[in-house]
Design a protein around this ligand. Sequence first.
Ligand SMILES: *[C@@H]1O[C@H](CO)[C@@H](O)[C@H](O)[C@H]1NC(C)=O
Ligand SMILES: *[C@@H]1O[C@H](CO)[C@@H](O)[C@H](O)[C@H]1NC(C)=O
Ligand SMILES: *[C@@H]1O[C@H](CO)[C@@H](O)[C@H](O)[C@H]1NC(C)=O
Ligand SMILES: *[C@@H]1O[C@H](CO)[C@@H](O)[C@H](O)[C@H]1NC(C)=O
Ligand SMILES: *[C@@H]1O[C@H](CO)[C@@H](O)[C@H](O)[C@H]1NC(C)=O
Length: 436
Amino acid sequence: MASFLPIQSSFFPLFFATTILLVFCNVCFSNAQPTSSSRPQGLVLPVTKDGSALQYLTSIMQSTPLVSESLVVDLAGEYLWVDCENGYVSSSNRTLNCFGRECSKLQLSSRACLHKPAQPRYKSFMGCLVFPSNKLPGGNFTSGYLTSDVVSTQSCINGSTTGPYVTARKFSFGCGSTSLLKGLANGVKGMAGFGPFGVSVPSQLSSAFRIPRVFAMCLPSSTSSKGVIFIGGGPYKMQPGIDLSTSFTYTPFYTNATAYYSSEYHIRVKSITVCGKKVPVDGDSLDNGFIKSANINTMIPYTVLRTSIYNAFSSIFIEKAKSLNITRMASVAPFGVCFDSKNMISTRLGALVPEINLVLHTDRVVWRIFGSNSMVQVSDKVSCLGFVDGGNEACLVIGGNQLEDNLLEFNLAKMRLGFTTTLGRQTTCSNFNFKI
Ligand SMILES: *[C@@H]1O[C@H](CO)[C@@H](O)[C@H](O)[C@H]1NC(C)=O
Ligand SMILES: *[C@@H]1O[C@H](CO)[C@@H](O)[C@H](O)[C@H]1NC(C)=O
Ligand SMILES: *[C@@H]1O[C@H](CO)[C@@H](O)[C@H](O)[C@H]1NC(C)=O
Ligand SMILES: *[C@@H]1O[C@H](CO)[C@@H](O)[C@H](O)[C@H]1NC(C)=O
Ligand SMILES: *[C@@H]1O[C@H](CO)[C@@H](O)[C@H](O)[C@H]1NC(C)=O
């Protein structure tokens, strides 16, 4: 639909088209900066746990008119995508230009340029093509344009309660298709990526509202209560007035931008201990003295260990459990090690079982895992060690069960992870005061 182009001389259309392109690019650079209605102290998003899919869900208001959309939280996701094929109705959505600023923030391997037919006015328009993916093992991906639209979330007041909704007018997301929802929790419309990259949910919201590039995630352990994700930094106050930001332990995180579609938070894990006994790790699973490519992923319900590490780890756990008089029982899939619940003493930190420690970048920095996070109750009588054998793939991927009721703060500017447990502190991840 370039019918406004005057066809007067042979050089003129070319000149004119070039000018349009330049003007267009300028317009699109200045517009690409997300704009917002007001500047909040911070933002909060609710998180719930879906008990059958074992996924964590958040919700964001999107499009014109605004509609609340349920999305799977993907800590390692590069951006947000929604199913644009079914039920997405908006009068404010725009396809983003391939040469624009938002598109250039994506990892090189996850974008391409594609001419978009029927784009009004600009025949030469190249859309920013992305490849939204379902992220479950064996999950599919499709292609779609990076699109911008209005989003709205609740603001946070003093780190302790919700304030009014605030709106970002140009939030970028990938347009996915209905087939990508296969295996995701019932009712969701897509996935919300929280990865350490420029177009992830926290990066875009931080820049839209000019708040610090920091977010903190507190996943609930129960399916009947709401956890919280804070964007914009602390304090993080849970009822009855406990500020969790005062008790963080910190470790640096790393990204691996060379890997295709990879946007995980990698951390350095020197060793794993059970009741103080070090789990032997074969040289093949080590890289410079640290467990190879250890990372955190909310799309994995239970921490995955490479077979060699899993076997060594579980035999030490079984031996230590035996000395606590905890009796082993037949395994219940997907777990390989299960116990009789009746001789487990319950404490404020969960069942009294051998304590698991992840020794991080130095010996002094330790992530302690207590019964609440190490065990999974599979029936009245049986509790299993909530770690699974990952075959010969990843060495260590920390999954959801080990993250629940812990507050994890990802500082994207400092590339630093802060972590603290709510266990034994008269509060949980479900104690944020969502007024509405
Ligand atoms: C905007 O969304 C509508 C559905 O409401 C869709 O038909 C249209 O193609 C979308 N436009 C862009 C530019 O993505
Ligand atoms: C993945 O999607 C493509 C097309 O988008 C389809 O042809 C293919 O069958 C899908 N694969 C699976 C395993 O669903
Ligand atoms: C936030 O903190 C300020 C200063 O301490 C206080 O005056 C205000 O009432 C607090 N607001 C809420 C909603 O807690
Ligand atoms: C980064 O990813 C590449 C490609 O998958 C891999 O070869 C490399 O070992 C990874 N580096 C780290 C530090 O994980
Ligand atoms: C385990 O059971 C034995 C025999 O009943 C008892 O002597 C021992 O004290 C128990 N140990 C623990 C740690 O409870």
